[in-house]
Ligand binder design. Structure first.
Ligand code: URA
Length: 233
């Protein structure tokens, strides 16, 4: 690992620890579960415990060698945002900028995603953003089925831990990986689909929207639908 990567990783770990401490401070000490009592009154883990559990999962992912992508990655791009978020965005895989910084959606598509989130009246730190693959496929090629199989456990566990109200799948790869379908995104976008008790709404990937700005209108309809669902839960 180069000095730059080690520094980036160290900065990311410090950020995670700060987020964990902040989450702990926001909750009463009594709400922080003791071992074996990791649920709150509503049967859900409080944000502080979610943050800690996500951090251990992230540490697992940082050492992952389950597929050949570990050989070419600079950083594992685990995910970023609020561990207690009601809304989780799932993209495809890290690209060049994400691999460099160890953070999801920080390149051009990420800038558009940030605008989309803000147009919903939210901010990046109030939602959670992650990808199906945690490591960049070389030359940004499409994820291979065996890479999705090797990596999907991390995404499933992230969703279980965060336990959001809504999952917004960005593009075909995210929707197909979670729903195990081959349906084109144009057919399923904007639908409210039950995913293990969570409402899943697929929409277009921001990179597609950059190439096809006319599709932004439909994507905005999907985001408005998500806003409405969130206001009702
Ligand atoms: N595209 C994705 O699918 N994910 C990212 O993190 C960045 C671009």
């Amino acid at each position: 690992m180069s000095e730059l990567n080690t520094k980036t990783e160290l900065l990311n770990v410090i950020r995670d620890i700060k987020a964990y401490i902040k989450a702990e401070k926001e909750y009463d000490a009594e709400e922080i579960p003791m071992p074996g009592t990791a649920v709150s009154e509503a049967g859900k883990a409080p944000a502080s415990s979610k943050s800690g559990t996500l951090l251990s999962l992230k540490n697992e992912a940082l050492n992952c060698r389950a597929c050949p992508l570990h050989k070419t990655r600079r950083n594992v791009v685990f995910g970023d945002g609020d561990p207690g978020a009601k809304l989780v965005f799932v993209g495809e895989a890290p690209g060049y900028d994400e691999d460099l910084q160890g953070l999801p959606f920080v390149g051009q598509a990420g800038k558009l995603l940030t605008k989309m989130i803000e147009a919903m009246g939210l901010s990046r730190d109030r939602v959670y953003i992650c990808n199906v693959l945690k490591c960049r496929p070389p030359e940004n090629r499409q994820p291979q089925p065996e890479e999705v199989t090797a990596c999907k456990g991390y995404l499933s566990r992230q969703i279980e831990i965060i336990s959001p109200k809504v999952i917004c799948c960005l593009g075909r790869h995210a929707a197909c990986a979670l729903l195990e379908t081959e349906e084109p995104i144009s057919k399923i976008r904007g639908k409210e689909i039950d995913f293990k008790g969570v409402i899943l709404v697929p929409t277009f990937h921001p990179a597609y929207l950059l190439r096809n700005p006319s599709a932004k209108k439909e994507a905005w309809e999907d985001l408005k639908k998500i806003k409405r669902i969130l206001s009702e839960v």
